[in-house]
Every structure is written in C-alpha cells, then in structure tokens.
Design a protein around this ligand. Structure first.
Ligand code: SF4
Ligand code: SF4
Length: 361
C-alpha cells in the first residue's frame, strides 16, 4: 500500500492558490512516535511506498531521515518545493524513487504564484540533484490557475535542458473554493486551457513521430488506457490502495483533507492496514460516466466534497472530457507508430509506482 506521510502541516511558502502556507500553532507537527508508526506499517503485508509530504516535508529533515532509516525496504517518494532540498543530504535523496518538485512553468508565472525568486531557487535545487547523480524520476509538478497558459508553461518545463525534468505534471486549481482565485474560469478554459491542451497534444504526437514520447504525465496513462483498455477506478489511488497518515496519527483517504471527517478512516494504533483497502470509492456521477474507465473519477476529495457545487464539478469534467477526446482522436495515428515499431505501448505505461502524481488534472 501507499502512504502519504505528512511530516508537518507547516510550509515555508504561502502560494496564492494554496490553503496550507498559513498553518501555524498546535497540531501542525507529528505527535506519534516512530515506534507506533513502525508497529502499524509492519502489519501491512504488501510492499509499502511512503510518500513524504507536508506542508513542506523538508522543514523536518531529521524526521524524514529517521523515517527513511526506520523503513529500509520501503519505496520512497518526495513532494517538495525544493527550496531546502539539498539539506536532505546526498545519501538520502538518492534513495527516492521520484521527487515531485513544485514549479508552475515560466519564471514570471512561478514567481507570481509562489513568491519572487522561487523559480531560480527551484532550478538550482534540481541542478544540484542532477549534479549529485540522482537517478530517479524528477517531476515538475505544476499548479495551474488563471495566470497560467498551459501550453507555454508545460512546453517551457519540457524544453528546459539545464536542468532537465523527466516528467511534467499539473493540477488545476479547482479543488478549493473558487473565490479569489478565478475571475473568469469559463473563459480561461475555452480560450486558453482547451486550445492549449490541443496544441500540446499535437506537439506530443510530432515528437512521437521522431521516436520520442515526451513525459507529459496526464497524457501518458490516459493514452495507455485508450490503447490497452486497462482502465482505472481512481488514478491517485485514494481510498483504494493509497492513504495519508496525518500528523496526529489519524489515517485519511487523502493527504489534503485532514480536517474533513468523511476523509478519516482509521488511525495507526487501532487500524489493521488490510481493512483499509477499497474502503472508499467515488460516488455518482463518476461510476456511470461514459469516460469513467479513462478518467477514473479524477479526485475522491472533489467527488465527495464538491466545493465548487454540482455545476462547478461538471465544468471541471468538461476539461477532462476535452483532454480524453483529444487523445482519443490520436489513437489511429499513435497505433500506427506503435505498429511500425517507432514507439512502444509500454512507453505510455506511467508511473510504475504511485509517485503522488494524481494523473487527471
Ligand atoms: S469526467 Fe467527471 S463525471 Fe466523468 S468520471 Fe471524470 S470526474 Fe467523474
Ligand atoms: S486527486 Fe483528490 S483525492 Fe486524490 S490525492 Fe489529490 S486531492 Fe486527494
């Protein structure tokens, strides 16, 4: 099973779209012992992946290192803003299977959302990762909101060469309340996002003709499903095989929702990991949706909570449908490239472990 370990709820940034940076006061730090955590994890009979998460996990480097020492057989992932990443130490960073680094695209867009100077500091940290010989997957993880031009932000990150990202992933800023974040979501989707996705897909196919499948995370597994028929019940795995261990030792279906009662399904003292699997799944309209196998229901939290209301939920589904339909229209040509041996079906089979990329934006 996969566990997001929330190492602190604090963050050293306060990004405009995030509800995390301002977390202070009691209840922000891990209050269980590593012995208790080990007793829980040792009852899990499946291979364990630990995704270090926050807040900002690199604010608690000694704790992160102690966890990595405690579970030598686990697979580790890290989701970080990268500002303090080198302090983690070479030996520890080399143990990560994937490092998801928050960066939102071009410098002016990243710095607008995340603070001035952040873009350069993030790239410096990723150069350091490359310099010290990190061989895992470095994923540029974008939050996408009104100032973002999806085509230009993704292209910018894909085309960087010093440092180079292995994959680019994005999430739309559509989970929390739209208030203050969007002035014209509908207009942005129609005039910017959807045409940008179409252009990105066209570029993606051009690169495939040269034998290269670019690492655009949301495109890869969706194309894999369209090619093979292997569908998904929820691509982030929340409530199925992926859970969050919050700072107080409670276990939730999703790392972002420690304060929502529906999301808490146990705790590390009383819960047998075996009873967690498949404990929560998405509600309608997802299971009856015609693209459910491909979309997977996008986000368990949004499905249950619907902070954007029914109408808002459907608007976001419109972005998913555009993405799915764009990729679907490419199938005959992509299949042709596979049949000719230029690319392989397995090139789209990503990720090999759940690394915290939710896949569907
Ligand atoms: S497109 Fe919308 S309704 Fe359909 S499965 Fe995805 S989230 Fe659910
Ligand atoms: S996609 Fe939704 S349910 Fe899944 S981890 Fe992200 S916020 Fe949680």
């Amino acid at each position: 099973m996969n566990y997001h370990l929330v190492l602190t709820r604090r963050c050293n940034l306060n990004c405009v779209y995030c509800h995390g940076g301002e977390e202070t006061g009691p209840g922000t730090e891990v209050s269980y012992s590593l012995d208790d955590l080990e007793a829980f994890i040792s009852r899990d009979r499946t291979p364990v992946t630990l995704l270090l998460y926050g807040g900002e996990p690199t604010l608690r480097i000694p704790l992160a290192q102690a966890v990595m020492d405690r579970f030598p057989d686990a697979t580790f992932m890290l989701q970080t803003n990268a500002l303090l990443l080198p302090r983690m130490g070479v030996e520890y960073v080399r143990r990560f299977h994937s490092i998801l680094v928050s960066i939102d695209g071009r410098e002016e867009v990243t710095d607008y959302y995340r603070s001035r100077g952040v873009y350069r500091r993030v790239l410096e940290a990723v150069r350091w990762l490359r310099r010290v010989g990190f061989e895992g997957d470095i994923v540029a993880r974008m939050a996408v909101s009104q100032q973002s031009d999806i085509y230009r932000e993704v292209r910018h990150l894909l085309d960087l060469r010093d440092p180079q990202f292995d994959h680019v992933h994005w999430q739309l800023n559509v989970v929390w309340d739209a208030e203050g974040n969007w002035t014209d979501f509908d207009g942005w989707v129609e005039r910017s996002y959807k045409p940008g996705i179409t252009r990105l897909a066209e570029d993606w196919f051009r690169a495939m003709r040269r034998g290269h499948v670019e690492g655009i995370v949301p495109f890869l597994p969706i194309m894999y499903t369209l090619l093979t028929g292997h569908g998904s019940r929820l691509r982030c795995g929340s409530g199925i095989d992926t859970f969050a261990i919050h700072v107080d030792g409670s276990i939730g279906v999703c790392p972002i929702s420690p304060d929502w009662d529906f999301s808490i399904v146990g705790n590390i003292w009383d819960t047998d990991p075996g009873t967690l699997r498949d404990c929560m799944t998405v509600d309608e309209p997802c299971p009856s949706c015609d693209v459910y196998d491909v979309c997977g229901g996008r986000c368990l939290f949004a499905n249950k909570q619907r902070l954007w209301g029914e109408e808002g939920f459907e608007k976001v589904c419109g972005t998913v449908r555009h993405l799915v339909n764009t990729l679907k229209s490419m199938i005959p040509e992509v299949q042709g490239l596979i049949d000719s041996g230029r690319i392989g079906t397995e090139d789209f089979n990503y990720p090999d472990h759940n690394n915290g990329c939710e896949i569907v934006p």
